[in-house]
Design a protein around this ligand. Structure first.
Ligand code: PEP
Ligand code: MG
Length: 563
């Protein structure tokens, strides 16, 4: 058995046949027999293609952005590199290939060589050479194909370098048994979507996985962040048993999911769902969630030319209020970072996660904020159900931002009852001044996905440093504790809606730190409720004290793993 180890991104065991996805995948040109081609003609065709690509790259080097110009200058150097030329020449003259096949094979060999060094710099060069190869192959008449994500056969283990959210939403959980990504991180939005679809996913597995042969059997171990190939029958049966055990425990949890999650000492912990789109809102009641604790409203704003109108949003929210049980928390548009909305975030920023994101953008574009608030307020006022609507502000980092939003909201007509207004605690400064923020708002919701990347200075979309952005690191835990202490002082509820809320191992610790509500990825809700029913809050507090004293996230995990 060969094992590739990366990071845990979505739980579960996936078993199936490998399909490798490369956007704009090149169909290898038909091999030709030596007798059928004239090597001189093929070499001339290659040189003509090389000259055309060179002219194209020369133009690209004139780009005013010096970074872009530098990249294409490096591509020009590669285009004339003797190793590449020798390889293509040998493929044509010695192996009798036509120009397209000779180039395809030479590029594939070079890419493999670069990725074999297991070094980020060389991995980058592999992607450059692939890009250059595509330019040459287009000119040599090679065909491109796309693996159709929407119609993958049942029982597919999908391997890809990365998948963006729109590619992920084309996948059907009934057909895709698991996903293995060469890059990406557990808190990237692709992983968040995989979790919400219930597809096991391991990420940051390295570029070697892209060369695994399609069709062979593979296993994704979403609990360990691993991909296995070449398993013998006994190993396969072992994974099949674990898969069945997990499915059985999930099914048992679903049976009781609608009942409230009450700890052994009698405290009810609302467990809500994170929803990324209307389908997930509708599904929240099915998995027994006590409402939606985080509606990522970004989906409404993407893939269109202008923001949705107030009427459009009002109808959407009214529909959601009729579907969810007990509570709907709509997060105001959190554009920017890894969630661009092209008509708002058109400026390219060097560090988008530290840029004009979330509430900062909304303060610049107050109409978006006010329209969204008003639409929810009107939908709530018109709703016949007793579901409560709450409004939540993303990426708060200062008191001034809250005060500014309150001033903006005070300009709205006063004919309808105000919504309960909360803030995400996902920037370290907000946790550190939680005692000042708590009296100003109605609730907190801790966003550990962002909080961990900001506390540990590791970009949540960068697989090289993803291991560092650990939400269970004691530094993050201390900020969670500070936030909960402030909420308790002012008697305000404090939810936690980062992905860690869906990890049963973490739940006792989060409750011990003082979190009073959870909002988890949809499929995790039943198991989280089941876990809460086994807990005693005094034990949880003891565990939290021990975790806070640990020197690292790893030690915290060891502590949580103890029976
Ligand atoms: C978070 O940051 O933890 C969070 C829930 O928000 P998002 O993942 O959408 O940034
Ligand atoms: Mg966030």
């Amino acid at each position: 058995m060969q094992t590739f180890s990366g990071l845990i991104a979505a739980p579960g065991i996936g078993i199936g046949a490998v399909a490798v996805y490369r956007p704009d995948q090149v169909v290898p040109p038909q091999p030709t027999t030596k007798a059928g081609i004239d090597p001189q003609t093929e070499w001339r065709r290659f040189l003509d293609a090389q000259a055309e690509v060179d002219a194209e790259l020369e133009q690209l080097c004139a780009n005013p952005n010096s970074l872009v110009a530098e990249i294409f200058a490096a591509h020009r150097v590669m285009l004339h590199d003797q190793t590449l030329l020798d390889a293509v020449h040998a493929n044509i003259y010695d192996h009798g290939e036509n120009a397209a096949a000779a180039t395809f094979d030479a590029i594939a060999d070079l890419s493999k060589l670069f990725t074999s060094f297991d070094d980020e710099y060389f991995a980058g060069r592999a992607s450059d050479i692939g890009d250059l190869g595509r330019r040459l192959l287009v000119r040599l008449g090679a065909q491109f194909s796309r693996l159709e994500l929407a119609s993958l056969p049942e029982g597919t283990v999908l391997i890809a370098e990365d998948l963006n959210p729109s590619e992920l939403t084309r996948l059907s959980p009934e057909r895709v048994a698991g996903i293995a990504l060469a890059k990406s991180t557990p808190t990237a939005h692709s992983a968040i979507l995989a979790r919400s679809l219930g597809i096991p996913l391991a990420c940051a597995l390295g570029h070697e996985i892209l060369y695994i042969n399609a069709g062979g059997l593979a296993v994704i171990d979403g609990f360990r962040g691993q991909l296995h190939i070449g398993l013998d029958e006994g190993q396969m049966q072992g994974f099949e048993r674990r898969r069945q055990q997990y499915l059985t425990s999930q099914a048992a949890a679903i049976d009781h999911a609608r009942a409230p999650a009450v700890t052994r000492d009698g405290v009810t912990i609302p467990v809500r769902a994170n929803a990324n789109n209307p389908k997930e809102v509708a599904h929240s009641a099915v998995v027994g969630a006590d409402g939606v604790g985080l509606l990522r409203s970004e989906y409404m704003f993407r893939s269109r030319a202008a923001p949705p109108t107030r009427e459009e949003q009002m109808q959407t929210y009214a529909g959601f209020l009729a579907q969810v049980s007990s509570q709907l928390t709509v997060r105001a548009l959190d554009a920017g970072g890894d969630k661009p909305v092209h008509y708002l975030t058109h400026q390219v920023e060097d560090n988008p996660f530290l840029g004009l994101r979330g509430i900062r953008l909304l303060i610049e574009e107050p109409d978006i904020l006010l329209t969204q608030y008003r639409a929810l307020q009107m939908a709530a006022a018109a709703a016949s159900s007793h579901v409560e609507a709450r409004f939540m502000l993303p990426m708060i980092s200062t008191v001034e931002e809250v005060v500014t939003v309150q001033r903006l909201l005070s300009q709205l007509p006063t004919d309808l009852p105000p919504l309960r207004l909360g803030i995400m605690i996902e920037v370290p400064s907000a946790a550190l001044i939680a005692q000042t923020l708590a009296p100003l708002v109605d609730f907190f919701s801790i966003g550990t996905n962002d909080l961990s990347q900001y506390v540990l200075a590791s970009d949540r979309t960068n697989s090289t440093v993803a291991r560092m952005a650990d939400p269970l690191h004691p530094a993050v835990l201390r900020l969670i504790q500070m936030t909960c202490d402030a909420a308790r002082t002012y008697n305000k509820p404090v939810s936690l809606c980062g992905e860690i809320a869906g990890d049963p191992i973490a739940v006792p610790l989060l409750l011990g730190l003082g979190v009073t509500e959870l909002s988890a990825p949809l499929p995790a809700v039943p198991l989280i409720k089941e876990t809460i029913r086994t807990l005693d809050l005094d034990d949880c507090r003891r565990l939290a004290r021990q975790a806070l004293a640990c020197p690292s996230g790893e030690r915290v995990r060891d502590l949580l793993a103890q029976p």
